[in-house]
Design a protein around this ligand. Structure first.
Ligand SMILES: C[S@@+](CC[C@H](N)C(=O)[O-])C[C@H]1O[C@@H](n2cnc3c(N)ncnc32)[C@H](O)[C@@H]1O
Length: 303
C-alpha cells in the first residue's frame, strides 16, 4: 500500500510538472508571436544588408546563376526538381493578369493580356514567360544565365499555343537592359528572383525604371523570417528535397517591409501583399493572409 501511494504521488507530481511546463511553453510561444519574433525585421540588420550589397555594382551573384544553369535539363520537367515553379503559374499568372487588366468576367477573353508589354526579369527557361504569352502578353524575358536563355529560345518553338506570340529572350541583367528600355513596359515581373540577386537596391531601381508610369510591378519571394528559414531551406531543401539543395541563402531573403521601402524610394506605391503557401503533397499553391513564409507583392509606378 505505501508503495502504491508512493507511485501514485510520483505520477501526480510528474503530471503537474508536465502541465506546468506545457502551460509556460504555450504562454512563451504566444508572447513570441505577439512580439513578432518571426518577422525578424530589425531595422539595423536591414540597413546593414542594403549597405553591404551597395558595394557591388552588378546584381549578378555568379555562383547562384551557375547553380541555376546546371538545372537546365530539369527545367521543363513538370514533375522534376522545379515542379513548384510550374505549379506556381496557377496563382501568379492570375495575379499578374488581374493587376494589369481590370475588366468584368463577361468582358474577359482568352487573351486578356493582348498588347500588354511585360518584362520577365530572371525568366530562366521561360516557365512564366510562356504562360504570360499564352494569354496574349508581349513578353521579353531576360536572364543572367546564357544556358537558360538558350534553353528558353529552343522551348518557345515547341508550344503551338504561342506560335503566333513567342516571347523574346535576351541574355542580360536588368541594369543593362534598362539602358535601352526606360519607361517602356506595362508590367515587370521578378518571380523567385530577388532572393538570388546581389545589390537589391540597384535591382529594384532598374526594374522600376524599365516600367511605364502607371505600370505595375510584381514580385514573389520568400520572406526573411525564422519560419521561412525552417520551411524554405531546412525542410524544402534538406528534408523533403522539393527544392534543389543550396538554392536559397537565408541572408539574401528580403522582407515585405524592406521591399516596400525600396519600391517607395523609386516612386512606387505598394498596392497589395499576399502570403503564399505551398502544399508540397499536392504540388499546389494558395494565397493566404500570413506572409511569414513567402509572399507576392504588387506595386504601381506613380510617375
Ligand atoms: C528560381 S529561378 C526563377 C525563374 C523564373 N522567374 C520562374 O519563376 O520560372 C531564378 C532565375 O533568376 C536568374 N537570375 C539570378 N540573378 C539574376 C540577375 N541578377 N539578373 C537576371 N537574372 C538573374 C537565374 O539565372 C534563374 O534563372
Amino acid at each position: 500500500m505505501p508503495f502504491l501511494a508512493l507511485v501514485a504521488s510520483f505520477i501526480s507530481m510528474l503530471y503537474n510538472m508536465t502541465a506546468t511546463i506545457l502551460r509556460k511553453s504555450c504562454r512563451a510561444f504566444k508572447d513570441v508571436l505577439k512580439n513578432n519574433f518571426f518577422e525578424h525585421q530589425l531595422l539595423t540588420s536591414s540597413s546593414n544588408m542594403l549597405k553591404d550589397e551597395r558595394t557591388t555594382h552588378t546584381t549578378v551573384d555568379p555562383a547562384d546563376v551557375e547553380g541555376f544553369s546546371k538545372l537546365m535539363k530539369e527545367w521543363w520537367e513538370p514533375n522534376g526538381q522545379l515542379k513548384s515553379l510550374h505549379s506556381m503559374n496557377l496563382v501568379r499568372i492570375p495575379l499578374i493578369r488581374d493587376g494589369l487588366v481590370q475588366c468584368s468576367l463577361t468582358e474577359r477573353n482568352i487573351k486578356p493580356l493582348k498588347d500588354k508589354t511585360i518584362l520577365d526579369v530572371g525568366c530562366g527557361g521561360g516557365i512564366l514567360s510562356e504562360g504570360l504569352a499564352r494569354i496574349g502578353a508581349i513578353v521579353t524575358g531576360i536572364d543572367a544565365s546564357k544556358e537558360l536563355i538558350d534553353l528558353a529560345n529552343v522551348h518557345k518553338d515547341l508550344d503551338p499555343r504561342i506560335a503566333e506570340n513567342k516571347p523574346t529572350y535576351i541574355h542580360a541583367t536588368v541594369e543593362d537592359h534598362v539602358n535601352n528600355f526606360k519607361n517602356y513596359y506595362d508590367g515587370v515581373v521578378a518571380s523567385e528572383v530577388i532572393e538570388h540577386v546581389n545589390n537589391k537596391e540597384l535591382f529594384v531601381k532598374s526594374c522600376v525604371t524599365s516600367l511605364k508610369p502607371g505600370g505595375r510591378i510584381f514580385f514573389t519571394t520568400p520572406n526573411r523570417t525564422r519560419l521561412s528559414q525552417l520551411g524554405a531551406i531546412f525542410l524544402a531543401e534538406n528534408i523533403l528535397r522539393i527544392v534543389p539543395r543550396g538554392t536559397h541563402q537565408y541572408e539574401k531573403f528580403i522582407t515585405p517591409n524592406e521591399l516596400t521601402f525600396l519600391l517607395e524610394r523609386n516612386d512606387c506605391h505598394v498596392e497589395a501583399i499576399y502570403g503564399l503557401f505551398y502544399h508540397f503533397i499536392t504540388n499546389t499553391w494558395q494565397f493566404i493572409g500570413p506572409q511569414h513564409l513567402m509572399y507576392a507583392l504588387q506595386a504601381v509606378k506613380l510617375k
